[in-house]
Ligand binder design. Structure first.
Ligand SMILES: Cc1cc2nc3c(=O)[nH]c(=O)nc-3n(C[C@H](O)[C@H](O)[C@H](O)COP(=O)(O)OP(=O)(O)OC[C@H]3O[C@@H](n4cnc5c(N)ncnc54)[C@H](O)[C@@H]3O)c2cc1C
Ligand code: FES
Length: 258
C-alpha cells in the first residue's frame, strides 16, 4: 500500500459557496506527497462531542507549488457543520492520500466528467490533470436547483460545462442522463461521482453505448485504511473495501447491472 501521511494543515481560508457548501483551503508546512485525482482524506473533527470518527472527504484540488489542498464540503451533520466553522489560522488534522485514483485517459481522447451535488468535488482536480495531459474535458453537472449550484469558473478553466437542475432553474431541466449533450458528444470515457441512483443511471448509459466508465463510490467509513471492513461493496470478484480498493471502481467490476 502506498505511504499514507498523518499531518496537521493550517486553514488558509474558508469560503461559503452557497447555503450548504463551503470550501476549505488548507496548507501544509512542507512538500505535499503525490496525490491522485479521486483520492480522499480522513479528517479529524475537533470540537464536536458527537463526532468520534474521522470523516472521508475528497481531494477537491491541489496546488503543488503552494503545498495547498482545497476541500469542497456539504454540511449534512455535526461533523461537517463543525468543519464549516473553521477559520483562517486554525489547524486541520488528516490522514491522506487514501484510496486509489481515477485511471487517466491519454492525450487526444475525450472525457465526460459527471457530477451530482457535492459529488462534483473530486472532478475539479480530475479535470485539471486530464487537461494537463491533453484530454478534451467536458463536465456534466447535476443539481437539485440553482440554489445548490456554486460558482463553476474553476471548472470552466479545464472543460466545457453542461448543467441540469431538477427544477429547471438553471441549465436543462431533469437529470444528467436526460441532458441533450449526451447524444452529441463523442466520449471515450465517463468519470462519475454523486448520488448512487445518478451513478447507476450513468452506468446504464455507458454500458448501452459501450463507453468505459469509472465511478467514485460513497459508503460509510471508519478507519479509511482497510482495517474495520465497514465500507465493503459487492464486486464481481467478491466483497471489496471502498476505502482501499476504491473509492474508484470501473462499472464492469461492480454487480449493479446484473
Ligand atoms: C470517499 C468519500 C469521499 C467523500 N467526499 C466528500 C466531499 O468531498 N465533500 C463532502 O461534502 N462529502 C464527502 N463525502 C461524504 C462525507 O464523508 C459525509 O457527508 C460526512 O462524513 C458526513 O459527516 P457528518 O458528521 O456531517 O454527518 P453525520 O452525522 O455522519 O450524518 C448526518 C446525517 O447526514 C446523513 N449523511 C451522512 N453522510 C451523507 C452523505 N454523504 N450524503 C447525504 N447524507 C449523508 C446521515 O445519514 C445523517 O442523517 C465523501 C464520502 C466518501 C466515502
Ligand atoms: S473504512 Fe475501515 S475498512 Fe474501509
Amino acid at each position: 500500500m502506498p505511504k499514507k501521511f498523518l499531518s496537521d494543515f493550517n486553514i488558509v481560508s474558508n469560503d461559503k459557496l452557497n447555503e450548504s457548501y463551503f470550501r476549505l483551503c488548507i496548507a501544509y508546512n512542507g512538500d505535499l506527497p503525490t496525490i491522485l485525482p479521486g483520492q480522499f482524506a480522513e479528517i479529524r473533527v475537533d470540537g464536536s462531542s458527537t463526532t468520534f470518527l474521522r470523516r472521508p472527504i475528497s481531494i477537491h484540488d491541489v496546488n503543488i507549488d503552494k503545498n495547498e489542498i482545497n476541500l469542497l464540503i456539504n454540511k449534512v451533520g455535526d461533523g461537517t457543520q463543525t468543519l464549516s466553522r473553521l477559520k483562517s489560522g486554525d489547524t486541520l488534522n488528516m490522514v491522506y492520500p487514501l484510496g486509489n485514483g481515477f485511471n487517466l485517459l491519454s492525450k487526444g481522447s475525450s472525457a465526460l466528467l459527471v457530477g451530482g451535488g457535492v459529488g462534483i468535488a473530486p472532478l475539479l482536480y480530475l479535470g485539471r490533470v486530464l487537461k494537463q495531459k491533453g484530454v478534451d474535458v467536458n463536465y456534466l453537472l447535476g443539481f437539485r436547483s440553482k440554489k445548490e449550484t456554486i460558482d463553476l469558473n474553476d471548472y470552466n478553466k479545464y472543460g466545457n460545462i453542461f448543467i441540469t437542475t431538477e427544477d429547471g432553474s438553471i441549465g436543462e431541466k431533469g437529470f444528467v442522463t436526460s441532458h441533450s449533450i449526451l447524444s452529441k458528444l463523442l466520449i471515450d470515457k465517463i468519470y462519475a461521482c454523486g448520488p448512487m441512483p445518478m451513478m447507476k443511471a450513468i452506468g446504464v448509459f455507458a454500458s448501452k453505448n459501450n463507453i468505459d466508465c469509472e465511478v467514485s463510490l460513497e459508503t460509510k467509513m471508519a478507519c479509511g485504511v482497510g482495517a474495520c471492513l465497514c465500507c465493503v461493496t459487492e464486486t464481481n470478484e467478491g466483497h471489496k473495501c471502498v476505502c482501499t480498493d476504491g473509492p474508484i471502481f470501473n462499472i464492469k467490476d461492480l454487480t449493479w447491472q446484473k
